[in-house]
Design a protein around this ligand. Structure first.
Ligand code: HEM
Ligand SMILES: *[C@@H]1O[C@H](CO)[C@@H](O)[C@H](O)[C@H]1NC(C)=O
Ligand SMILES: *[C@@H]1O[C@H](CO)[C@@H](O)[C@H](O)[C@H]1NC(C)=O
Ligand SMILES: *[C@@H]1O[C@H](CO)[C@@H](O)[C@H](O)[C@H]1NC(C)=O
Length: 349
């Protein structure tokens, strides 16, 4: 009896060891597996250098925080987090930057500055994709006063195509089902959608993003009825032009806060504005139209700690969306330019 049990125990242990060994081996070759402290040996100062550059830029202009946070989201939703959003267009090749969704992106010069410092210290080692992931984390730390660890090891892509943006990123006129669909397509959940939409606790929307809600909502109503007449009137004061009829270029510089209560602080107050019907973007207000999403909004509105914990985890999950393996991609020398020439692998579009 005892010996049998002992033998079985030993067999079990051996099996377990074998499994662990297999798993460990697997982890090394898993496609795009990221690791915390990825640059500890190869470029130990990398994360601190990003931190310093982002801190300095933020001190001069806090809008780098919303800028970098949004840049990171837009990078990860198109071809995974591969810094494809940073690549400049070249003759005949329209990069992601050219897409309507990306026209208002900013913060590129902060990434460039961090990359320059890092290249000077350890050339050819740290990817632009990782620098952007670290920079987004620093933005969260500065604007939200909380911190999470970001695994590294992302590779930089060599392809950036304008046409791939629109069908990957969600749009501000999406309803709840459409929003969920875009997140699920990225292996993110409906809960991740609500959690990450908290990014709209920071920054602005340009009037062009809400013209439809204010002036051209549907066949039966110029105004989105979920806005309420008083709030719609207030927003129309900030955005007086019906861009669908007027020339956009002259007025598209005006913008409104995404979070009326604490627009410069990354916090759960945003969810309270959504509950009150004061979301600026139609897509943010749409979270209230689905019972599950609405419940998540309520949970985050009432529990700051819960949201901070979930947002930190969701940002890591967002950052884990990598599609390039260790052999694919490259470490870009300059974040705006593919190594050895301009976007040479981009099919023209
Ligand atoms: C859920 C679907 C989402 C939609 C439809 C959406 C759409 C938009 C739109 C239309 C704007 C205004 C851009 C402008 O006019 O300048 C905006 C701004 C912003 N978004 Fe999102 N977004 C979404 C999710 C996210 C996520 C997941 C994050 C990050 C975690 C994020 C971060 C931001 C930030 C920080 C801004 C402000 C940018 C600034 O002030 O420059 N968004 N978003
Ligand atoms: C989502 O997960 C599936 C199954 O693991 C995988 O094949 C697919 O590439 C993932 N998609 C993204 C965008 O990560
Ligand atoms: C705004 O422009 C659109 C497109 O021309 C038009 O259908 C709509 O009625 C206009 N709205 C207002 C309030 O003038
Ligand atoms: C309006 O937007 C266009 C295209 O994004 C841009 O080139 C132009 O500078 C903007 N105009 C103003 C006044 O901001």
């Amino acid at each position: 009896m005892l010996t049998t049990r002992g033998t079985r125990g030993l067999q079990l242990l051996m099996l377990l060891l074998l499994l662990v060994a297999l798993l460990l081996q697997g982890a090394v070759t898993v496609v795009g597996a990221l690791k915390a402290g990825f640059y500890d040996k190869t470029c130990p100062g990398a994360e601190a250098m990003v931190q310093k550059v982002v801190n300095d830029a933020f001190d001069k202009d806090y809008t780098v925080a919303p800028g970098l946070l949004r840049l990171f989201f837009h990078d990860c939703f198109v071809r995974g987090c591969d810094a494809s959003v940073l690549i400049d267009s070249t003759a005949g090749n329209h990069a992601e930057k050219d897409a309507d969704h990306n026209k208002a992106l900013h913060g590129f010069e902060v990434v460039d500055a961090a990359k320059a410092d890092i290249e000077a210290a350890c050339p050819g080692v740290v990817s632009c994709a990782d620098i952007l992931a670290f920079a987004a984390r620093e933005s969260v730390a500065l604007a939200g006063n909380f911190f999470y660890a970001v695994p590294g090891g992302r590779r930089d892509g060599v392809i950036s195509r304008e046409v791939e943006v629109e069908f990957n990123l969600p749009a501000s006129n999406f309803n709840a089902a459409q929003l969920i669909e875009r997140f699920v397509a990225k292996n993110l959940t409906a809960d991740d959608l609500v959690t990450l939409t908290g990014g709209h606790s920071l920054g602005v929307a340009h009037c062009t993003a809400i013209t439809d809600r204010l002036y051209a909502y549907s066949r039966t109503s110029d105004t989105d009825p979920t806005l309420g007449p008083a709030y719609a009137a207030l927003l129309r004061k900030s955005c007086p032009v019906n861009h669908t009829t007027a020339a956009v270029a002259a007025t598209n510089s005006s913008a409104v806060w995404l979070d009326l209560l604490t627009p410069e602080k990354l916090d759960n107050q945003f969810y309270a504005t959504v509950q009150m019907g004061f979301a600026v973007l139609g897509s943010d207000q749409a979270l209230m139209a689905d019972p599950d999403l609405k419940a998540a909004v309520a949970a985050y509105a009432s529990d700051a700690k819960l949201w901070v914990a979930k947002f930190s985890r969701a940002m890591v999950k967002l950052g884990n969306m990598v599609e390039l393996t260790e052999e694919e991609g490259e470490i870009r020398m300059q974040c705006r330019v593919v190594n050895g020439g301009n976007n040479r692998l981009v099919a023209s579009n």
